[in-house]
Ligand binder design. Sequence first.
Ligand code: SAH
Ligand code: SF4
Ligand code: F3S
Length: 470
Amino acid sequence: MSKKLFIKTWGCQMNVYDSKKMADILSPLGYDAVDAPDNADLMILNTCHIREKATEKVFSDLGRLREHKEAKAEKGEKALIAVAGCVAQAEGDVILQRAKYVDMVFGPQTYHLLPEMVMKASGDRRVVNTDFPVESKFDHLPEESTAPGPSAFLSIQEGCDKFCTFCVVPYTRGAEFSRPPEQILNEAKRLVDHGAKEITLLGQNVNAYHGKDVTGATWGLARLIAGIDRIDGLERIRYMTSHPGDMSDDLIDVHRDIAKLMPFLHLPVQSGSDRILELMNRKHTAADYLSIIIKMKEARPDIAFSSDFIVGFPGETDADHQATLDLAHRVNFSSCYSFKYSPRPGTPGAVMGGIVPEQVKDARLQELQSILFEQQRSYNQRSVGRVMPVLFDRKGQKPGQLLGKTPYMQSVYVDAPERLFGQIVDVRIDKASQNGTAGTIVTTEEVLSSPSHETHYRQIGSKNVDKTAC
Ligand code: SAH
Ligand code: SF4
Ligand code: F3S
């Protein structure tokens, strides 16, 4: 008999990938994914520990799941509750102690053992597995059991050896590990065979990728992208998240040479002050960052940039903050994430002196965001009137509406028939706001006569023109 599986996911795209894999692993055991916890047989919270209140959010959700578990118990049925992901990895013991009704706690590196863990927990034994096993979970993950959708994630690299002083990732995900290229290419082909048009290669430090093939040769991300580029039927490639220190010249070159590689780069900078970057142990300066931006623009003049910023890191002065604002002005981003520094237990930043008061952090965040939001709004505004290929990868909230992405990662709302879901279609951008755009499908005749058709999108990447996107 089929059983219901509810998974709630927080955090980065790698957690989204992991949740999908958990569903794939549990599918042969008869579990079907559902969107709500009501009457579910197994409920998994796949958690994120990157910023404050992560653990409290998990406990408040656990309280709600407990009610579903009790409702099921009243009917004489058993439901299991699991906490997975980075909070589980960091705070597994606290969870087990505080929430006696939780049946399983496991970290990001052990979820391939879910069938055994579920069996044990079904037999009334609580399970905790927050090891960093020597074997790679990727060698044990099953093939996808559900269609990936038009835009798929593919984890190629995991963990981090950089140890930025604010960040929990090296502790929750463990040491850097790159999957073998053959395994990645096979997974990419399967995703495309099952309908994916776009693949985003994922890693906490994706551009540090260094996978060994069967001959023992090491592939960097540039070579891997070139391999994935050869997959017939795949139309778009993206990757995230990159570290400025690993932005090698050959990776910059593939942005010029491979048209399927979309003209968008998410490159977190965190701060524009060299003093703060050093305290953060980022191992790059503001000038290093700006020189990457220049080289990327030379390789792909229409490229859009996005970044992550942290304000209020310990010791940050008004002058440091001003340097961050200056950097934001100099790059002119298309979109960004910005956060107030949140001390994470166990990281070096949490015990540094020079704590910045909360109201100063608030004011600095507001000041930075007013620049970044304006840049994003004006970036979207500049797209109005242009015709761009849009991949419809989501259904809109209203019937008859699809949501898609431009090559530059802008969201586009379009009135479109459902049969176009999963297709790349030329859309003229009619309206723009800070968060996205809205457009209209253009017919071929309209495209050919439109002056905006000649705008730079189609002239770039000329060495290997992406015909499907044109
Ligand atoms: N691997 C990526 C991103 C990791 S986490 C990188 O190297 O940049 C995603 C973002 O969360 C970070 O880029 C950072 O801006 C933010 N972040 C991480 N730890 C944080 C903390 N302690 N406080 C506030 N923001 C944080
Ligand atoms: Fe965290 Fe720094 Fe590693 Fe990114 S590079 S995951 S911010 S430690
Ligand atoms: Fe969060 Fe873990 Fe990703 S802490 S950002 S889910 S690596």
